[in-house]
Design a protein around this ligand. Structure first.
Ligand code: AMP
Length: 412
């Protein structure tokens, strides 16, 4: 199967060649055609499967083929994402694939000044990529109108619900024209997602490439059991001994991420932290430096890391295990992307045995466990018997909606 077989136009095929994509990924094989045909699509696909190109390519082609022109302060396609990082990532992909088309793209998210975004929206936008809160702010200020929306994409819909965006999403949906194409992408199809889909999608084509909640097969996973107090030293030892570069390390808290970053830097390992207390500019710079190999380690919290896209990221380390088992799947999805192999290592202390058991049940796999000779665990991992089904936290934290000019203080 080639991209040409899927019916993509030569300009897009050239762009894909420039990106070095030779064959479509499984999700791309399945979604491109129905989207080109104008159908609604509901797709279960995790990050790393190539889903962004899966919806962007046919969306761009449909916009190019239609004779409509975006009027001032209007947009023709709207892509909603849960985080600023993911929005920026999607915008970059749209730019990469559609750079040679006569279409224009705009990106809006909170945490930065609203005025430049308002100015850019004036001339009309073909593809608008947005986070929900800022989009509503822009709408309230008459900077964006939705009457011309032809295509709506909800990307990482499960994460949008987890982050408490459901009200914002419903408000946006109520403002959109009734006739439009809808595309919904989600890592999992929970009952909440299905209920959102019922009110949104019209006779959708349902697509799934990896069964929800399973880890990407190509990722090698390993657990090092050790004492909590040895984690920092053990990580430094592993990075130095194994000569790792481009290591993405996950911490549960912002303070933990800061502390670890300082300790790594003290040992001569270049590291930067990204989390909700860092400004958007600092986060963007840290990510760019990491991608350009200027820093060896990026230390991130779960929400801040969502949407990070680094091709061939070789190592992901869970410095702490996440409380929500699904986050483990999202975390390690950063490695082994689109067919590349990767290694995901978790440093697990005895107090995290329950989280590990939940993860293993979710991914239906016993992860190999080892100890490090230099850092023997003083206590074996207790055997945990899980009784109840794993649960999502009941009350998702509701992110504060931003007003014009306000800066983000959201906790991540
Ligand atoms: P996504 O799941 O959309 O975040 O994409 C994951 C990664 O796969 C990104 O780095 C894309 O650039 C890359 N990618 C997407 N489609 C392909 C393809 N057909 N061949 C190779 N790499 C791809």
């Amino acid at each position: 199967m080639t991209f040409a077989h899927l019916g993509l136009i030569p300009t897009l095929l050239n762009a894909l060649e420039k990106q070095g994509y030779s064959t479509p990924t499984p999700i791309q094989e399945k979604v491109i055609r129905p989207i080109l045909e104008g159908k609604d699509v509901m797709a279960a696909a995790q990050t790393g499967t190539g889903k962004t190109a899966g919806f962007s390519l046919p969306l761009l082609q449909r916009l190019t083929k239609s004779a409509n022109k975006a009027r001032p302060n209007c947009a023709r396609a709207l892509v909603l994402t849960p985080t600023r990082e993911l929005a920026a990532q999607v915008a970059q992909s749209v730019e990469n694939y559609g750079g040679e088309l006569k279409l224009n793209y705009n990106l809006v998210f909170g945490g930065v000044k609203i005025n430049p975004q308002m100015m850019k929206l004036r001339r009309g936008t073909d593809v608008l990529i947005a986070t929900p809160g800022r989009l509503l702010d822009l709408h309230q200020q008459n900077a964006i109108r939705f009457e011309q929306i032809e295509i709506l994409v909800l990307d990482e819909a499960d994460r949008m619900l987890d982050m408490g965006f459901i009200k914002d999403i419903k408000r946006i949906l109520a403002l959109l024209p009734k006739t439009r194409q809808n595309l919904l992408f989600s890592a999992t199809f929970s009952e909440d997602i299905r209920s959102l889909a019922r009110g949104l999608l019209n006779d959708p084509v349902e697509i799934s490439v990896t069964p929800p909640n399973t880890t990407v097969e190509r990722i090698d996973q390993l657990v090092y059991t050790l004492d909590k107090t040895s984690k920092t030293k053990a990580l430094i030892h592993l990075i130095q001994q194994e000569k790792w570069f481009q290591v993405l390390v996950f911490c549960r808290t912002k303070h933990g991420a800061n502390r670890l970053t300082t300790q790594l830097n003290k040992k001569g390992i270049t590291a930067a932290a990204i989390h909700g207390n860092k400004s958007q500019n600092v986060r963007t710079r840290a990510l760019a430096d990491f991608k350009a190999d200027k820093i060896q380690v990026l230390v991130a919290t779960d929400i801040a890391a969502r949407g990070i896209d680094i091709v061939q990221l070789p190592h992901v380390v869970n410095f702490d295990l996440p409380h929500v088992a699904e986050d483990y799947v999202h975390r390690i999805g950063r490695t082994g992307r689109a067919g590349k192999s990767g290694l995901a290592i978790s440093l697990v202390s005895a107090d995290e045995a329950k989280q590990l058991a939940s993860i293993e049940r979710l991914i239906n796999l016993k992860i190999e466990k080892k100890t490090l000779d230099a850092f023997p665990a003083s206590q074996a991992l207790p055997d945990v018997k899980l009784k109840t089904k794993p649960k999502r936290p009941k009350k998702p934290r509701k992110p504060k909606r931003l007003r014009a000019g306000e800066h983000v203080k959201r906790s991540m």
